[in-house]
Design a protein around this ligand. Structure first.
Ligand SMILES: [Zn+2]
Length: 342
């Protein structure tokens, strides 16, 4: 399937979802727009004619990013895809790659600087690569370094001789070269931006799963504002839960209990070349008061409470399908009949 066909299929699914909501709600009178769908980040409305618009068309956004093993996709407008997108998507990739290397995981690599007495406070640029079999490859390029410092660094190696009289290990015997140095912990990641990219992944996953009913929930205006202005501190409390949820919870679920934690829980895995990382992000629920979720998470953390007792319901994850338009209102029905009564 090519990109154009994929775009048209996604457009059809989401515009049918909106059409069904419009025809079965008070939006019918308020909304006289034609068949179309909304960009889940800026909430601009796109008709079919805008799908291939020259200035700001709808674009296919891979979510989670393909570079982190994402296979799904949603439509966002070109502006949001490039503006909000690239600013923060790269940050989470950089952050996870750094964790890989600092934990010496196979297939990871990192650029850093080596220091010892010979480098006179200036570092030697180096690349550390950890191979599949766990072997370290260190590359110190002459081209990327001041030739003087580079030479001094290698001249600082110490030669020492180990006599067979004092060693039982045959590999230890003879002349050895020894180069001692420290290296800086890489610190390229902007953790704030990396965390906003997690929020964006969760938001787009919730939209992909639940469609426009999720998007029209006014409690999550704050989410879109934060994604659109990642450098601003709009959500100041933690929006993630550090708890290792099992595989059957990967996807879009609802925390029903305790009341303070009631929210839409999005759990997903991001995969680097070396490892897989599981994240759990809370998005506000549909009821009045649910917009306080991040303050509540913060309060619970401050009180030293974990999330072991949180009850997670995976009805939506296993039963709800955006393509089944007749089920469009199931989220609201389920919320009113089950979640609010908990
Ligand atoms: Zn947009």
């Amino acid at each position: 399937m090519n990109n154009k066909e994929r775009k048209e299929i996604l457009f059809k699914i989401y515009s049918e979802n909106f059409k069904f909501i419009k025809e079965n709600s008070s939006l019918k009178d308020k909304f006289d727009k034609d068949f179309g769908c909304f960009c889940p980040i800026c909430l601009d409305y796109f008709e079919k004619a805008d799908l291939f618009d020259k200035i700001n068309p709808l674009t296919i956004e891979h979510n989670p990013p393909q570079s982190l093993g994402g296979k799904s996709s949603v439509l966002t407008c070109k502006k949001c895809n490039s503006e909000a997108g690239h600013k923060i998507d790269d940050e989470i990739l950089t952050a996870l790659k750094e964790i890989d290397t600092l934990n010496f995981k196979p297939n990871s690599e990192i650029k850093t600087q080596f220091f010892n007495d010979s480098t006179e406070g200036k570092g030697v640029n180096a690349k550390i690569k950890i191979q599949d079999d766990g072997q370290f490859i260190i590359n110190i390029d002459t081209k990327n370094n001041n030739p003087k410092i580079h030479k001094k660094f290698f001249d600082s190696e110490v030669r020492e001789y180990k006599s067979p009289l004092f060693s039982n290990d045959i590999r230890e015997i003879g002349w050895k070269k020894k180069l001692t140095f420290n290296f800086k912990k890489p610190n390229k990641t902007n953790e704030r931006l990396a965390s906003i990219s997690l929020l964006k992944i969760a938001h787009l996953m919730a939209f992909e799963k639940l469609g426009h009913l999720y998007l029209f929930n006014k409690n999550n205006q704050i989410i879109r504002d934060q994604i659109r202005s990642p450098e601003k501190e709009i959500i100041t409390n933690p929006f993630w839960i550090k708890y290792n949820f099992p595989d059957n919870i990967v996807g879009v679920n609802i925390i029903t209990k305790p009341r303070k934690l009631r929210s839409i829980l999005v759990v997903f895995d991001l995969k680097t070349k070396s490892d897989s990382y599981r994240f759990s992000i809370c998005l506000p629920g549909l009821s009045v008061g649910d917009e306080n979720i991040y303050q509540n998470i913060n309060d619970l953390l401050c009180q030293g409470n974990g999330f072991e007792n949180a009850e997670v319901n995976n009805y939506i994850n296993s039963e709800y399908n955006i393509k089944d338009v007749e089920k469009t209102f199931d989220l609201v029905r389920f919320w009113e009949s089950f979640v609010e009564k908990q």
